[in-house]
Write a protein that binds this ligand. Structure first.
Ligand SMILES: NC(=O)c1ccc[n+]([C@@H]2O[C@H](COP(=O)([O-])OP(=O)(O)OC[C@H]3O[C@@H](n4cnc5c(N)ncnc54)[C@H](O)[C@@H]3O)[C@@H](O)[C@H]2O)c1
Length: 258
């Protein structure tokens, strides 16, 4: 129970990696707010909060579009009204409304929509979480922890996926910048860069060419599982992570090492 008595918001936690983090955090004792556009898991199966509650954990669902400041503001305010504080903010939501496109085929509409959710959504999440955490009492040495979901494709070029790659590169920079500016307030800010994770979703994410490319870039003899990210996030959210600030932790089977 490494998160006993802590509370967490995880955006985009109806599906995939966010869902795995929510399940693991709740199993470790955290009260989790799942914030998403809707409750339906993209990979199918039961809603995240139903799974958590079945196991005796605490979870609530809040409808939230992370690209809307007023929705993020209400999300954090509601969480704090209920739990008294916000220990952990995980900015994980991303849009898959558009299929990957290289520069010449990227419309201004696609560019803007991807950045609105993937990057502005993280800006809003960081900003609102810091505004809350900055006045909270210390727990140990930390007032609050923020974890942003970046990508290996924000560090190495994403083949034919310009707006996604730019949004993820921006998240890495934002993580360092916010970490730099709010370290003095004991707010710990880090990112996780997953490699290719098999979440169970269908569509372009598992197109044969994408899987073949991912396998060719991943030295570890399998692609990632959501539980790999949940374990890394648990570490960064727990007291075991101390004096780590502005770091992007690759959880990628060695993609970035090769
Ligand atoms: N799966 C991978 O291989 C992989 C690799 C690298 C990085 N990542 C990153 O990890 C994170 C999670 O990826 P995933 O594969 O689990 O994604 P996913 O598509 O399975 O889940 C994303 C969730 O975000 C929600 N969402 C979309 N737009 C939203 C909005 N405007 N407001 C609130 N919620 C919204 C969706 O409803 C969905 O539940 C993303 O930031 C992604 O970029 C994933």
């Amino acid at each position: 129970m490494r998160l006993q008595g802590r509370s967490a918001i995880i955006t985009g936690a109806s599906s995939g990696l966010g869902r795995a983090m929510a399940l693991r955090f709740a199993a470790e004792g955290a009260a989790v707010t799942v914030a998403d556009l809707d409750q339906t898991p993209r990979e199918g199966g039961e809603a995240t909060i139903d799974l958590v509650r079945k196991e005796g954990g605490q979870a609530e669902f809040v409808t939230c579009d992370v690209s809307d400041w007023s929705a993020i503001d209400a999300l954090v305010a509601g969480h704090v009204a209920h739990h008294g504080r916000l220990d952990i903010m995980i900015n994980n939501a991303m849009t898959t409304r558009y299929s990957p496109k290289p520069l010449l085929e990227t419309s201004q509409e696609q560019w803007q929509a991807v950045l609105d959710v993937n990057l502005t959504g993280v800006f809003f999440g960081c900003k609102r979480a810091v505004a809350q955490m900055i006045d909270q009492d210390l727990v140990g040495e930390v007032r609050g922890r923020i974890i942003n979901l970046s990508s290996q494709l924000g560090i190495r070029a994403a083949p034919g996926n310009l707006s996604y790659g730019v949004s993820k590169a921006g998240i890495d920079y934002m993580t360092r910048s916010v970490a730099r500016d709010y370290a003095a307030h004991n707010i710990m800010v880090n990112a996780i860069a997953p490699g290719k994770m098999l979440t169970g979703k269908t569509g372009p994410a598992i197109a044969p060419d994408v899987i073949a490319f991912s396998e060719s870039r991943t030295p570890w003899p399998r692609l990632g599982r959501p539980e790999d990210i949940a374990g890394a996030a648990l570490f960064l959210a727990s007291d075991d992570a101390s004096f780590i600030q502005g770091e992007t932790l690759a959880v990628d089977g060695g993609w970035l090492a090769s």
